[in-house]
Design a protein around this ligand. Sequence first.
Ligand code: T3D
Length: 265
Amino acid sequence: MSAQPLLVDMTDGIAVVTLNRPERLNAFNTDMLSALAEMFARLREDADCLVIVVTGAGRGFCAGQDLTTRDPLLSGPTPDLGSTLETHYNPLILAIRDLPKPVIAAVNGPAAGAGANFALAADFVIAARSASFLQAFARIGLIPDAGGTWWLTHHLGEPRAKALAMLAEPLKAETAAEWGLIHRVVDDETLMEEAMALARRLAAASPVALALTKQAIHTASEHALAAQLGIERDLQRQAGQAGDFAEGVAAFLEKRPARFRRTAR
Ligand code: T3D
């Protein structure tokens, strides 16, 4: 029997999801992609799940599409890659992006191809100092997918986006943090400790505020200021009507920490 492609551990509102194909640096195959889709759909609806941390088993984070499944000698006619993106990668990236809960990628080693861009879809990317991000696509005659052209261009601008995508050289975690592509770089041995400390902080925050903030920040890059101000008005109205606002203000006035509802509903 083959090993489970994903391991999921839920403690105190934090789901730790481990990509589990270490012998292939956790490359994506259909089983893993389907398991991820199912898992994100389930955690989205799980009111006890407040934060999700994704990491990789073994020495890698994720090496992108499993290229053994694309061996031209074995797989016959060229597969329709547009269809793979439509079926698996695009819905996965949108599921993370639209999830009303924070997602942390704890990047423990090489993140390549769609594996790098899957990490960049997270709200917080924390990487081990030895980790790297590789837009490997040009090496095999492809373009960056899984949001790669979007993340790189939005976070870094065209010159760096083009260099990373067209030269397909690994970007060290430290440089990725300096350039603002990821949140932080930490020593290898403290990666999970730091990721879990961040997850606990987020789990103690107002779930409503985090969900609406995520939504507002995502729309900001797509709108002019006047339109974004309208979105802030609408989302703030929702936030103000949720109970966390009253608790936050009461806690401030009573000079005590806020006790937000520990549920994502
Ligand atoms: O196809 C579609 O549906 C379209 C969608 C495409 C999305 C994509 O992600 S395309 C890009 C696919 N990924 C890559 O091109 C990256 C390939 N991997 C690498 O370039 C390197 O492995 C790394 C830079 C990630 C790490 O290098 P290194 O030296 O640390 O490790 P390694 O020795 O290359 O890899 C270790 C093992 O993992 C090795 O197996 P072995 O020789 O020990 O049996 C290697 O073959 C295997 N591995 C690594 N990446 C993949 C892989 N096996 C299958 N697929 C992989 N992507």
